[in-house]
Ligand binder design. Structure first.
Ligand code: NAD
Ligand code: UDP
Length: 313
Protein backbone atom coordinates (compact mmCIF):
# COMPACT_ATOMS: atom_id res chain seq x y z
CA UNK A 1 0.00 0.00 0.00
CA UNK A 2 1.38 3.38 -1.05
CA UNK A 3 0.55 6.65 0.69
CA UNK A 4 -0.39 9.20 -1.95
CA UNK A 5 -1.11 12.95 -1.76
CA UNK A 6 -3.45 14.37 -4.40
CA UNK A 7 -3.59 18.19 -4.45
CA UNK A 8 -6.76 19.50 -6.05
CA UNK A 9 -8.30 16.13 -5.15
CA UNK A 10 -11.83 17.52 -4.75
CA UNK A 11 -11.88 18.84 -8.32
CA UNK A 12 -13.08 17.18 -11.50
CA UNK A 13 -9.93 15.20 -12.37
CA UNK A 14 -8.67 14.88 -8.79
CA UNK A 15 -11.84 13.20 -7.54
CA UNK A 16 -11.62 10.49 -10.22
CA UNK A 17 -7.92 10.00 -9.51
CA UNK A 18 -8.51 9.68 -5.74
CA UNK A 19 -11.20 7.06 -6.37
CA UNK A 20 -9.04 5.00 -8.72
CA UNK A 21 -6.00 5.15 -6.39
CA UNK A 22 -8.15 4.02 -3.45
CA UNK A 23 -9.65 1.19 -5.52
CA UNK A 24 -6.12 0.04 -6.28
CA UNK A 25 -5.50 -0.36 -2.53
CA UNK A 26 -3.58 2.82 -1.75
CA UNK A 27 -3.94 5.26 1.10
CA UNK A 28 -4.99 8.64 -0.33
CA UNK A 29 -4.80 12.12 1.17
CA UNK A 30 -6.87 14.64 -0.77
CA UNK A 31 -5.77 18.25 -0.28
CA UNK A 32 -7.98 21.08 -1.55
CA UNK A 33 -9.03 24.65 -0.79
CA UNK A 34 -12.42 24.11 -2.52
CA UNK A 35 -12.01 27.10 -4.84
CA UNK A 36 -13.51 25.15 -7.74
CA UNK A 37 -13.67 21.69 -6.19
CA UNK A 38 -16.46 20.29 -4.08
CA UNK A 39 -16.82 17.90 -1.16
CA UNK A 40 -19.71 16.37 -3.13
CA UNK A 41 -17.18 14.92 -5.60
CA UNK A 42 -15.41 12.96 -2.85
CA UNK A 43 -18.08 12.46 -0.17
CA UNK A 44 -18.68 8.87 -1.30
CA UNK A 45 -14.99 8.06 -0.70
CA UNK A 46 -15.08 9.06 2.97
CA UNK A 47 -16.39 5.66 4.04
CA UNK A 48 -13.01 4.23 3.05
CA UNK A 49 -10.76 4.38 6.14
CA UNK A 50 -7.74 4.88 3.89
CA UNK A 51 -9.12 8.16 2.52
CA UNK A 52 -8.48 11.48 4.23
CA UNK A 53 -9.31 15.08 3.29
CA UNK A 54 -7.30 18.16 4.22
CA UNK A 55 -8.47 21.74 3.67
CA UNK A 56 -5.33 23.58 2.64
CA UNK A 57 -4.11 26.08 0.09
CA UNK A 58 -0.96 24.95 -1.75
CA UNK A 59 0.36 28.49 -1.95
CA UNK A 60 1.27 27.77 1.70
CA UNK A 61 3.77 25.02 2.61
CA UNK A 62 2.34 21.68 3.72
CA UNK A 63 4.21 18.82 5.38
CA UNK A 64 3.33 15.14 5.32
CA UNK A 65 5.11 11.83 4.72
CA UNK A 66 3.96 10.22 1.47
CA UNK A 67 5.39 8.07 -1.33
CA UNK A 68 3.85 9.97 -4.24
CA UNK A 69 2.37 13.41 -4.92
CA UNK A 70 -0.02 14.20 -7.78
CA UNK A 71 -0.04 18.01 -8.05
CA UNK A 72 -3.39 18.92 -9.61
CA UNK A 73 -4.43 21.97 -7.58
CA UNK A 74 -5.22 24.87 -9.94
CA UNK A 75 -8.46 26.17 -11.43
CA UNK A 76 -8.65 24.94 -15.03
CA UNK A 77 -11.59 26.74 -16.62
CA UNK A 78 -10.84 30.17 -18.14
CA UNK A 79 -13.74 31.86 -16.31
CA UNK A 80 -12.41 30.57 -12.98
CA UNK A 81 -8.69 31.09 -13.48
CA UNK A 82 -9.35 34.63 -14.76
CA UNK A 83 -11.38 35.59 -11.65
CA UNK A 84 -8.17 36.18 -9.69
CA UNK A 85 -5.22 35.93 -12.09
CA UNK A 86 -2.60 36.69 -9.42
CA UNK A 87 -3.92 33.85 -7.28
CA UNK A 88 -3.86 31.54 -10.30
CA UNK A 89 -0.17 32.24 -10.92
CA UNK A 90 0.59 31.87 -7.22
CA UNK A 91 -1.17 28.51 -7.18
CA UNK A 92 0.86 27.22 -10.12
CA UNK A 93 4.22 28.69 -9.13
CA UNK A 94 4.23 28.80 -5.32
CA UNK A 95 2.22 25.58 -5.27
CA UNK A 96 4.86 23.88 -7.41
CA UNK A 97 7.66 25.23 -5.21
CA UNK A 98 5.93 24.04 -2.03
CA UNK A 99 5.13 20.59 -3.41
CA UNK A 100 8.56 20.13 -5.00
CA UNK A 101 10.20 21.21 -1.73
CA UNK A 102 8.10 18.60 0.06
CA UNK A 103 8.98 15.91 -2.52
CA UNK A 104 12.67 16.76 -2.15
CA UNK A 105 12.56 16.57 1.62
CA UNK A 106 10.65 13.28 1.88
CA UNK A 107 12.07 11.74 -1.33
CA UNK A 108 8.63 11.27 -2.91
CA UNK A 109 7.87 10.97 -6.61
CA UNK A 110 5.88 13.96 -7.86
CA UNK A 111 3.67 14.40 -10.92
CA UNK A 112 2.65 17.79 -12.30
CA UNK A 113 -0.70 18.29 -14.03
CA UNK A 114 0.55 20.53 -16.81
CA UNK A 115 -1.53 21.41 -19.83
CA UNK A 116 -1.77 21.67 -23.59
CA UNK A 117 -2.14 25.41 -22.89
CA UNK A 118 1.67 25.57 -22.67
CA UNK A 119 1.48 25.40 -26.51
CA UNK A 120 -0.72 28.54 -26.54
CA UNK A 121 -2.26 29.15 -29.97
CA UNK A 122 -0.05 26.53 -31.63
CA UNK A 123 1.68 27.03 -34.96
CA UNK A 124 2.68 23.36 -35.08
CA UNK A 125 -0.12 20.84 -35.59
CA UNK A 126 -0.54 18.30 -34.05
CA UNK A 127 1.49 19.38 -31.04
CA UNK A 128 4.60 17.40 -30.17
CA UNK A 129 6.37 17.76 -26.83
CA UNK A 130 9.41 19.42 -28.43
CA UNK A 131 7.29 22.36 -29.68
CA UNK A 132 7.89 25.44 -27.47
CA UNK A 133 4.49 26.97 -28.05
CA UNK A 134 3.01 30.30 -29.03
CA UNK A 135 1.78 32.00 -25.85
CA UNK A 136 0.90 35.63 -25.22
CA UNK A 137 2.81 36.36 -21.98
CA UNK A 138 0.56 39.31 -21.02
CA UNK A 139 -2.88 38.28 -22.30
CA UNK A 140 -5.91 37.19 -20.30
CA UNK A 141 -4.90 33.50 -20.47
CA UNK A 142 -1.30 34.18 -19.41
CA UNK A 143 -1.93 33.71 -15.68
CA UNK A 144 -2.73 30.10 -16.45
CA UNK A 145 -0.42 29.39 -19.43
CA UNK A 146 2.65 31.10 -18.01
CA UNK A 147 2.02 29.77 -14.50
CA UNK A 148 1.97 26.24 -15.90
CA UNK A 149 5.05 26.89 -18.06
CA UNK A 150 6.92 28.18 -15.01
CA UNK A 151 5.81 25.13 -13.02
CA UNK A 152 7.25 22.85 -15.75
CA UNK A 153 10.52 24.76 -15.53
CA UNK A 154 10.56 24.36 -11.74
CA UNK A 155 9.92 20.63 -12.06
CA UNK A 156 12.83 20.21 -14.47
CA UNK A 157 15.09 22.35 -12.26
CA UNK A 158 14.28 20.42 -9.09
CA UNK A 159 15.10 17.25 -10.97
CA UNK A 160 18.38 18.54 -12.40
CA UNK A 161 19.55 20.36 -9.27
CA UNK A 162 18.12 18.20 -6.48
CA UNK A 163 17.48 14.85 -8.13
CA UNK A 164 13.74 14.94 -7.38
CA UNK A 165 11.87 12.19 -9.27
CA UNK A 166 9.48 14.18 -11.43
CA UNK A 167 6.78 13.44 -14.02
CA UNK A 168 5.08 16.05 -16.19
CA UNK A 169 1.75 15.34 -17.90
CA UNK A 170 0.61 17.82 -20.55
CA UNK A 171 -3.11 17.19 -20.28
CA UNK A 172 -5.36 18.01 -23.26
CA UNK A 173 -9.04 18.98 -22.90
CA UNK A 174 -10.67 16.40 -20.65
CA UNK A 175 -14.34 15.94 -19.80
CA UNK A 176 -16.63 13.62 -17.85
CA UNK A 177 -18.78 13.25 -14.74
CA UNK A 178 -17.96 15.55 -11.77
CA UNK A 179 -17.48 18.61 -13.98
CA UNK A 180 -19.41 21.50 -12.47
CA UNK A 181 -22.55 22.59 -14.35
CA UNK A 182 -21.23 26.18 -14.06
CA UNK A 183 -17.65 25.17 -14.90
CA UNK A 184 -17.73 27.32 -18.03
CA UNK A 185 -15.80 24.91 -20.23
CA UNK A 186 -17.29 23.95 -23.52
CA UNK A 187 -18.45 20.36 -22.91
CA UNK A 188 -20.27 21.13 -19.66
CA UNK A 189 -21.72 24.37 -21.06
CA UNK A 190 -23.13 22.68 -24.18
CA UNK A 191 -24.56 19.74 -22.21
CA UNK A 192 -26.26 21.92 -19.60
CA UNK A 193 -27.62 24.24 -22.32
CA UNK A 194 -28.94 21.28 -24.35
CA UNK A 195 -30.62 19.67 -21.37
CA UNK A 196 -32.32 22.96 -20.47
CA UNK A 197 -33.29 23.69 -24.08
CA UNK A 198 -31.32 26.95 -23.94
CA UNK A 199 -29.26 28.41 -26.78
CA UNK A 200 -25.90 26.70 -27.31
CA UNK A 201 -23.26 29.43 -26.94
CA UNK A 202 -20.64 29.11 -29.64
CA UNK A 203 -17.75 31.54 -29.25
CA UNK A 204 -16.45 32.82 -32.59
CA UNK A 205 -17.48 30.95 -35.76
CA UNK A 206 -17.24 27.54 -34.07
CA UNK A 207 -14.56 26.35 -36.50
CA UNK A 208 -11.84 26.31 -33.81
CA UNK A 209 -10.88 22.77 -32.82
CA UNK A 210 -10.14 20.84 -29.64
CA UNK A 211 -9.39 17.16 -29.03
CA UNK A 212 -11.51 15.83 -26.20
CA UNK A 213 -10.34 13.11 -23.85
CA UNK A 214 -12.63 11.14 -21.55
CA UNK A 215 -11.65 11.25 -17.87
CA UNK A 216 -11.01 7.48 -17.47
CA UNK A 217 -8.40 7.52 -20.25
CA UNK A 218 -6.62 10.43 -18.58
CA UNK A 219 -6.58 8.80 -15.14
CA UNK A 220 -5.11 5.63 -16.65
CA UNK A 221 -2.43 7.73 -18.37
CA UNK A 222 -1.56 9.68 -15.20
CA UNK A 223 -1.15 6.54 -13.11
CA UNK A 224 0.97 4.86 -15.79
CA UNK A 225 3.12 7.99 -15.98
CA UNK A 226 3.65 8.08 -12.21
CA UNK A 227 4.69 4.42 -12.33
CA UNK A 228 7.16 4.68 -15.26
CA UNK A 229 10.51 3.20 -14.33
CA UNK A 230 12.73 4.21 -17.27
CA UNK A 231 15.17 7.09 -17.46
CA UNK A 232 12.82 9.35 -19.44
CA UNK A 233 12.33 12.79 -17.87
CA UNK A 234 10.23 15.50 -19.48
CA UNK A 235 6.71 16.41 -20.46
CA UNK A 236 4.38 13.87 -22.07
CA UNK A 237 1.15 14.72 -23.90
CA UNK A 238 -1.88 12.88 -22.54
CA UNK A 239 -4.90 13.43 -24.72
CA UNK A 240 -7.15 11.97 -27.38
CA UNK A 241 -6.04 12.93 -30.91
CA UNK A 242 -9.57 12.87 -32.34
CA UNK A 243 -10.11 16.51 -33.24
CA UNK A 244 -13.47 18.28 -33.52
CA UNK A 245 -14.71 21.79 -34.26
CA UNK A 246 -16.93 23.38 -31.60
CA UNK A 247 -19.79 23.25 -34.11
CA UNK A 248 -19.31 19.49 -34.49
CA UNK A 249 -19.28 19.13 -30.71
CA UNK A 250 -22.51 21.13 -30.43
CA UNK A 251 -24.18 19.00 -33.12
CA UNK A 252 -23.15 15.75 -31.37
CA UNK A 253 -24.52 16.92 -28.03
CA UNK A 254 -27.78 18.15 -29.60
CA UNK A 255 -28.17 14.78 -31.32
CA UNK A 256 -27.52 12.65 -28.22
CA UNK A 257 -29.76 14.73 -25.96
CA UNK A 258 -32.47 15.14 -28.62
CA UNK A 259 -32.52 18.81 -27.64
CA UNK A 260 -34.41 21.60 -29.40
CA UNK A 261 -31.66 24.09 -28.52
CA UNK A 262 -30.54 26.52 -31.23
CA UNK A 263 -27.00 27.72 -31.82
CA UNK A 264 -26.18 31.30 -30.74
CA UNK A 265 -22.90 32.93 -31.74
CA UNK A 266 -20.91 35.02 -29.24
CA UNK A 267 -17.58 36.85 -29.59
CA UNK A 268 -14.44 34.72 -29.41
CA UNK A 269 -12.53 35.42 -26.17
CA UNK A 270 -9.05 36.97 -26.40
CA UNK A 271 -6.19 34.58 -27.35
CA UNK A 272 -8.55 31.63 -27.76
CA UNK A 273 -6.44 28.94 -29.52
CA UNK A 274 -7.69 28.08 -33.03
CA UNK A 275 -6.63 24.44 -33.06
CA UNK A 276 -5.37 21.80 -30.69
CA UNK A 277 -4.52 18.14 -31.15
CA UNK A 278 -1.98 16.04 -29.27
CA UNK A 279 0.70 13.93 -30.88
CA UNK A 280 0.65 10.93 -28.51
CA UNK A 281 3.48 8.86 -29.96
CA UNK A 282 5.70 9.59 -26.97
CA UNK A 283 2.93 8.62 -24.54
CA UNK A 284 2.39 5.32 -26.38
CA UNK A 285 6.10 4.58 -26.18
CA UNK A 286 6.75 5.58 -22.56
CA UNK A 287 3.40 4.55 -21.05
CA UNK A 288 3.38 0.94 -22.18
CA UNK A 289 1.18 1.39 -25.28
CA UNK A 290 -1.29 3.65 -23.49
CA UNK A 291 -3.87 5.15 -25.79
CA UNK A 292 -7.37 6.57 -25.31
CA UNK A 293 -10.08 3.90 -25.38
CA UNK A 294 -13.27 5.94 -25.03
CA UNK A 295 -14.30 8.01 -28.03
CA UNK A 296 -16.42 11.14 -28.04
CA UNK A 297 -19.90 9.65 -28.49
CA UNK A 298 -19.55 7.12 -25.68
CA UNK A 299 -17.89 9.62 -23.35
CA UNK A 300 -20.54 12.24 -24.06
CA UNK A 301 -23.34 9.75 -23.33
CA UNK A 302 -21.84 8.96 -19.88
CA UNK A 303 -21.33 12.64 -19.14
CA UNK A 304 -24.84 13.60 -20.27
CA UNK A 305 -26.27 10.90 -17.97
CA UNK A 306 -24.30 12.41 -15.08
CA UNK A 307 -25.58 15.91 -15.80
CA UNK A 308 -29.17 14.65 -16.16
CA UNK A 309 -28.93 13.18 -12.65
CA UNK A 310 -27.11 16.13 -11.12
CA UNK A 311 -28.52 19.28 -12.71
CA UNK A 312 -31.88 20.82 -12.00
CA UNK A 313 -33.69 21.59 -15.23
P1 NAD B 1 -10.92 21.72 -11.24
O1 NAD B 1 -11.05 23.19 -11.18
O2 NAD B 1 -12.13 20.88 -11.23
O3 NAD B 1 -9.97 21.19 -10.08
C1 NAD B 1 -8.94 21.94 -9.51
C2 NAD B 1 -8.93 21.69 -8.01
O4 NAD B 1 -7.86 22.42 -7.41
C3 NAD B 1 -10.22 22.17 -7.33
O5 NAD B 1 -10.70 21.17 -6.47
C4 NAD B 1 -9.80 23.43 -6.59
O6 NAD B 1 -10.60 23.70 -5.48
C5 NAD B 1 -8.36 23.09 -6.25
N1 NAD B 1 -7.52 24.27 -6.01
C6 NAD B 1 -7.41 25.38 -6.79
N2 NAD B 1 -6.51 26.24 -6.26
C7 NAD B 1 -6.04 25.64 -5.14
C8 NAD B 1 -5.08 26.02 -4.16
N3 NAD B 1 -4.45 27.20 -4.23
N4 NAD B 1 -4.83 25.17 -3.13
C9 NAD B 1 -5.48 23.98 -3.05
N5 NAD B 1 -6.39 23.58 -3.94
C10 NAD B 1 -6.67 24.39 -4.98
O7 NAD B 1 -10.04 21.43 -12.55
P2 NAD B 1 -9.64 20.05 -13.23
O8 NAD B 1 -10.20 20.04 -14.60
O9 NAD B 1 -9.94 18.91 -12.32
O10 NAD B 1 -8.06 20.24 -13.37
C11 NAD B 1 -7.15 19.62 -12.48
C12 NAD B 1 -5.73 19.92 -12.94
O11 NAD B 1 -5.53 19.43 -14.26
C13 NAD B 1 -5.41 21.42 -12.98
O12 NAD B 1 -4.08 21.60 -12.54
C14 NAD B 1 -5.52 21.76 -14.44
O13 NAD B 1 -4.70 22.85 -14.79
C15 NAD B 1 -5.07 20.46 -15.11
N6 NAD B 1 -5.63 20.33 -16.46
C16 NAD B 1 -6.95 20.07 -16.65
C17 NAD B 1 -7.45 19.96 -17.95
C18 NAD B 1 -8.88 19.63 -18.22
O14 NAD B 1 -9.28 19.59 -19.39
N7 NAD B 1 -9.71 19.37 -17.25
C19 NAD B 1 -6.59 20.15 -19.06
C20 NAD B 1 -5.26 20.44 -18.81
C21 NAD B 1 -4.77 20.51 -17.51
N1 UDP C 1 -16.37 27.64 -26.11
C1 UDP C 1 -17.57 27.89 -26.75
N2 UDP C 1 -18.69 28.02 -26.01
C2 UDP C 1 -18.71 27.89 -24.65
C3 UDP C 1 -17.48 27.62 -23.98
C4 UDP C 1 -16.33 27.52 -24.75
O1 UDP C 1 -17.63 27.99 -27.98
O2 UDP C 1 -19.79 28.01 -24.04
C5 UDP C 1 -15.16 27.48 -26.92
C6 UDP C 1 -13.96 28.28 -26.45
O3 UDP C 1 -13.99 29.58 -27.02
C7 UDP C 1 -12.82 27.44 -26.97
C8 UDP C 1 -13.35 26.01 -26.88
O4 UDP C 1 -14.76 26.12 -26.80
O5 UDP C 1 -12.55 27.75 -28.32
C9 UDP C 1 -12.83 25.25 -25.67
O6 UDP C 1 -13.05 26.06 -24.54
P1 UDP C 1 -12.76 25.54 -23.07
O7 UDP C 1 -12.91 26.72 -22.16
O8 UDP C 1 -13.58 24.33 -22.80
O9 UDP C 1 -11.25 25.04 -23.11
P2 UDP C 1 -9.88 25.74 -23.57
O10 UDP C 1 -10.17 26.94 -24.42
O11 UDP C 1 -9.18 26.08 -22.31
O12 UDP C 1 -9.24 24.67 -24.36
Amino acid sequence: MKKILVTGGAGFIGSHLCERLLNEGNEVICLDNYFTGSKKNIAHLLKNPYFEIVRHDITMPYFIEVDEIYNLACPASPIHYQLNPIKTIKTSVMGAINMLGLAKRIKAKILQASTSEVYGDPLVHPQTEDYWGNCNPIGSRSCYDEGKRCAESLFMNYHQQNDVQIKIARIFNTYGPNMRPDDGRVVSNFIVQSLKGEDITIYGDGKQTRSFQYIDDLVEGLIRLMNTKGSFIGPINIGNPNEFTMLELAESIIKITGSKSKIAYHPLPEDDPMQRKPDINLAKKILDNWEPKIQLNEGLKNTIEYFKENTES
